[in-house]
Ligand binder design. Structure first.
Ligand code: CA
Length: 248
C-alpha cells in the first residue's frame, strides 16, 4: 500500500448528531470515512470491495446489537481494527466487547483527541498509513530515547510495543499509555491526576474508575506474563511501577 493512501474508517453509528460532526473531524485529519447507520449495512460494507482499515462501532444500533456486528465481522474473517464506541460504559460491556473481537473500547462521551490517539494506535498496529503523524499522548509523556532495558520489561514508546524478555505483551492503547507513563518514572509514584490528564484527557472530569479498571487489567496482564515488575497502588495518591523482588 502506498504511503500517501489515507486510512479508511468505517463508522457504524445511527445517531446523526454524533456521526456527522465526527465524520467531518476525521475527514479533516485525512481519513477516508464511510458510514453505516445500522448493523446490516456495516456487515455489508465491511465485506464489500471498498477497503476498511478501522471500524468505529456503536453498540446501540437500530437493527442489531453492536456486539453481534463485531462477532459476525470476526467470524467472517474481518481482520482490521475494531473500536467500540458506546454510551453504556459498563465494565461488563467492555469485557464482552473485547471478548467478541474488538481491539479497543471508548465510552461516550469521549474527546476527539482521545479517539484520534486510539485510532492511530490501532491503525499503526495494523501497519496502515496514518491520517496524521503525531500522537499527543506519546508526545506529552514520552522520552524519545530508547526505553531502558530494566527488569526484563521494555516499553518501546515510538513503536508502542512492550516486551518481557523476548515475548511481546499485547496491550490496549490505554493500558500501553498508562504503562508508558509509569515506566518513565519507574520506582516513583505517578498520581492519579497526572495519569488521568495525560493518558485520558486534560479536560477529564468525574469518576476515575476507568483508570482503576485499566490499571487492574494491566496489572493482571503483567502478572500473567510473569513480568518482573510490580504495579503497586499507593492508596489515595496513585500508582508506582517497581522492579519486583527476586522472590516475589
Ligand atoms: Ca446508537
Amino acid at each position: 500500500m502506498l504511503e500517501d493512501v489515507p486510512a479508511h474508517i468505517l463508522m457504524v453509528e445511527d445517531d446523526d448528531a454524533i456521526a456527522e460532526p465526527l465524520a467531518r473531524a476525521l475527514g479533516r485529519e485525512g481519513y477516508e470515512i464511510a458510514r453505516a447507520a445500522n448493523g446490516a449495512e456495516a456487515l455489508e460494507m465491511a465485506s464489500g470491495t471498498n477497503p476498511v482499515d478501522l471500524v468505529l462501532l456503536d453498540l446501540g444500533l437500530p437493527d442489531m446489537d453492536g456486539l453481534d456486528v463485531c462477532r459476525r465481522l470476526r467470524a467472517g474473517g474481518f481482520e482490521a481494527g475494531i473500536m467500540i464506541l458506546t454510551a453504556r460504559g459498563g465494565e461488563l460491556d467492555r469485557v464482552v466487547g473485547l471478548d467478541v473481537g474488538a481491539d479497543d473500547y471508548l465510552s461516550k462521551p469521549f474527546s476527539l483527541s482521545e479517539l484520534l490517539a486510539r485510532s492511530r494506535a490501532l491503525l499503526r498496529r495494523a501497519n496502515r498509513p496514518l491520517g496524521a503523524t503525531t500522537d499527543p499522548v506519546a508526545e506529552a509523556s514520552t522520552p524519545t530515547s530508547p526505553a531502558p532495558v530494566a527488569g526484563g520489561l521494555r516499553v518501546e514508546a515510538d513503536a508502542r510495543r512492550v516486551w518481557i524478555d523476548d515475548a511481546e505483551l499485547a496491550l490496549t492503547a490505554k493500558e500501553f499509555d498508562v504503562l508508558l507513563r509509569l515506566d518513565a518514572q519507574r520506582g516513583s509514584v505517578v498520581t492519579r491526576e497526572v495519569l488521568m490528564s495525560e493518558v485520558w484527557d486534560e479536560n477529564w472530569f468525574g469518576s476515575t474508575k476507568t483508570l482503576d479498571t485499566t490499571v487492574g487489567r494491566l496489572r493482571q496482564k503483567l502478572q500473567d506474563s510473569h513480568a518482573p515488575v510490580a504495579l503497586n497502588t499507593v492508596r489515595g495518591v496513585g500508582f508506582r511501577l517497581e522492579d519486583a523482588a527476586a522472590d516475589a
